[in-house]
Write a protein that binds this ligand. Structure first.
Ligand code: NAD
Length: 352
């Protein structure tokens, strides 16, 4: 029987509440699909600053590296907003991504039928089955390039190597192969030299994936197409900065922030899985946080790191079913049962 070691970084604010529900669902899935999970906890963010003085203790890195995957809640809160310099909770987040070599960020934007009205986009445009996966390069490009400042000027450099583009392109092609075999590579090759290298490299990698239909799109057009006709997309692959912007845009198409999962992958099996929302200090401790983004992040972990696709699918199906009649306050609609964070976790387990 497969046994997986999972490190839990519960973090701050609603982090512990939502991760506890995700663990409950993962344990249920393990029972049902015949594997076991061993958990270890480590500190990240504000709670780590309180306990050790730094947001990312060495022990946390070591525990994450020794595990099959990591589940992260969220970090930060007003208590640590005035921390000096880089000793802030968010620095822990960037630090752990770097330490684990997580170069690929996967952000699905999926509409759950019962939540269609939460989308700011008209029904007929999103349709019933909008399901986009944005693959963002996470450790290169302008956020990490050479930068400088003179008295009256400043610059940041967008630089990509063939190797960096190749490895993110492969992640995207592999994903497309498991989905609808359609990949859109987004760049600005009409202006940027780095984009021309990006495009040329993606075209080269495409030779290894003859079944995938590849197209290229300029980033400005993509920003427009995402709201004009989001159903045209299956997988989108793009650079760090373009992916940062487009993935936020795409996630809003799906509506509520409490629903959106993400994965950050390294070359190997190890991945870090987390909701895209923050630590929601305004509702922390009230028992009303929506745990579904974290539960759906667990589904991504089962699919992309632990090779348990049936369990992943079962969790996603259970979430969709539960949403037909039950809502946490953030996604509440007239006529539904209003449930707490814990009840939502229990309902997903029962449905599973
Ligand atoms: P946030 O995502 O925490 O909250 C924004 C709003 O959405 C709030 O009204 C909150 O109550 C609501 N919300 C968020 N998640 C929810 C959930 N699961 N269920 C119900 N409602 C939910 O963003 P913010 O308020 O800008 O940031 C709060 C703190 O979180 C800050 O310290 C910020 O730095 C940090 N943050 C952390 C991460 C992370 O850990 N990955 C990401 C973003 C922000």
């Amino acid at each position: 029987m497969a046994n997986y070691k999972i490190t839990l970084l519960k973090g701050d604010g609603i982090g512990p509440e939502i991760v506890n529900q995700a663990v409950k669902v993962l344990d249920k899935a393990a029972d049902k699909f015949g594997f076991t999970v061993e958990y270890d906890e480590a500190l990240l963010g504000g709670c780590a600053i309180d306990a050790t003085g730094v947001p990312l203790p060495e022990e946390t890195i070591a525990k994450c590296k020794a595990s099959d995957s990591v589940i992260l809640g969220a970090v930060g809160g007003p208590k640590w907003d005035n921390q000096p310099g880089n000793n802030r909770p968010e620095a822990g987040l960037l630090g752990i991504r770097g330490a684990l070599g997580l170069f690929a960020n996967l952000r699905p934007s999926v509409i759950f039928g019962p939540l269609k009205s939460a989308s700011p986009i008209k029904d007929e445009i999103i349709g019933d089955d909008m399901d986009i996966m944005i693959v963002r390069e996470l450790t290169g490009g302008i956020y990490f390039g050479e930068r400088g400042r003179e008295e009256d000027a400043a610059w940041d450099t967008e630089k990509y190597s063939v190797a960096e583009v190749e490895r993110i392109a492969r992640v995207a092609f592999d994903l497309a192969m498991k989905r609808n075999k359609k990949l859109t590579s987004v760049d600005k090759a009409n202006v940027l030299e780095s984009s021309r290298l990006w495009r040329q490299t993606v075209v080269n990698v495409a030779k290894d994936y003859p079944e995938v239909e590849l197209n290229h799109m300029y980033v400005d057009n993509c920003a427009m197409q995402l709201v004009r006709n989001p159903k045209q997309f299956d997988v989108i692959v793009t650079s760090n900065i373009f992916g940062d912007i487009l993935s936020d845009e795409a996630s809003m198409i799906a509506g509520s922030i409490g629903m959106l999962a993400s994965a950050s992958l390294s070359g190997g099996k190890l991945g870090l899985y987390e909701p895209i929302h923050g630590s929601a200090p305004d509702i922390a401790g009230k028992g009303i946080a929506n745990p579904l983004a974290t539960i759906l992040s667990v589904a991504m972990m089962l699919r992309y790191s632990l090779a348990q696709p049936e369990a992943a699918q079962a969790i996603e199906t259970a979430v969709a079913k539960v949403l037909e009649t039950n809502r946490t306050p953030d996604i509440y609609e007239e006529g539904m049962n209003k449930v707490s964070c814990e009840q939502m976790g229990d309902l997903v387990c029962a449905q599973l």
